[in-house]
Design a protein around this ligand. Sequence first.
Ligand code: GLA
Length: 387
Amino acid sequence: MSADTKKSNIDIEHAFNTQYGYKAQSIASAHARVNLIGEHTDYNNGLVLPTLLPLTTNVAAAIHSSVPEDTVVVCSTFEEQEDSGRAVGTTHTLSLLEKKRGMWTDYVIASLREVKKHIRGPLPGLALYIHSSIPAGAGISSSAALEVALIRVVKTLLSIEIGDMTIATMAQRAENEYIGLPCGLMDQMVISLAFENHALCINFYDQKQPSYEPAPLFKNHVFLVVFSGISHRLAEGDGGYKTRFAQCQEACKQLHIASLSQLSVQDLQSHTLQDTILCKRVEHVVQENKRVRDAYAALIDGDIQVFAECMNTSHISQRDLYQCSIPEIDILCEESLAHGALGARITGGGFGGAIVLLVHEHKKEKLRNAILAQHKEARILAELTVP
Ligand code: GLA
């Protein structure tokens, strides 16, 4: 899937009915997320501060009596085709036992396999219709939203007891095991547990039971989420993400610690690592944890300046230490600051994708116009303002 930022929501119930000729029995949705600060810290048992975006993936489902157990017929608008001048979705028939195809349908199989494991038995044949307004590859978690929406829709359809935290861990396992991306739990957890207009400060120090605290977003200030026009592909090939994950594991091994979040900022002066690349990765994670702590306190206190400063140093750290930014995004951040943003940073897995900006409401319009005038390929994905 390439990032297509123009899709809006459709009437999913009606789309299901038109496709299959009978009514959907269950409807669910899940939001995209933006991480305000705390990057590449979740899989290092650290801190993150994400929030939900007003973009969703919607799924309609019903039992499909004419396909066997563990089989799903899925139609989505991810790949639209023209039919008599009308855009229609593409249909695939999938077996939950099949191997990865290297396309979006893998996420359907991965998520439903987790539900199958949860109920310890086969799933009935299913019909699904999926529509998403979340662009893929833009760094705002289209895959986690798809996984959570799918688990939610089947949970309701089959009346299965699954708590929100369990949905998050099932969705993460779907990504780790079937898709093969060693991602942390941030995306799935915020999407499953958070509510709009609030950021969720999550502490992954105890991976089994992460703790979390909500905090309302700033008044009179806006978080703008801007897609750079360059898609990232974290799950395909190396994509940079797996290498960073492996480097953090290696640093832990050499330091004889269980996770990098056991280190404090003071420890950075005295650790024994020799490899300069590993030193950079460790420094990013340790300082980023401190920045999330400071930014969360600033959000509670309404201290815009401190929050913005944390965002800016976070970007520099991702650029120079974790090396997960790209030059086009560095330029976009610098120009945004020059046009009135107070804070600017790359968000999500990196290596492309989106930036998040903090700007005063009065300067928002000028900033938007300046970005869109200078970067034809950039798109504003969302504006987060507290009503
Ligand atoms: C991706 C992963 C998350 C997290 C971020 C980086 O979004 O899915 O678990 O690691 O990258 O902060």
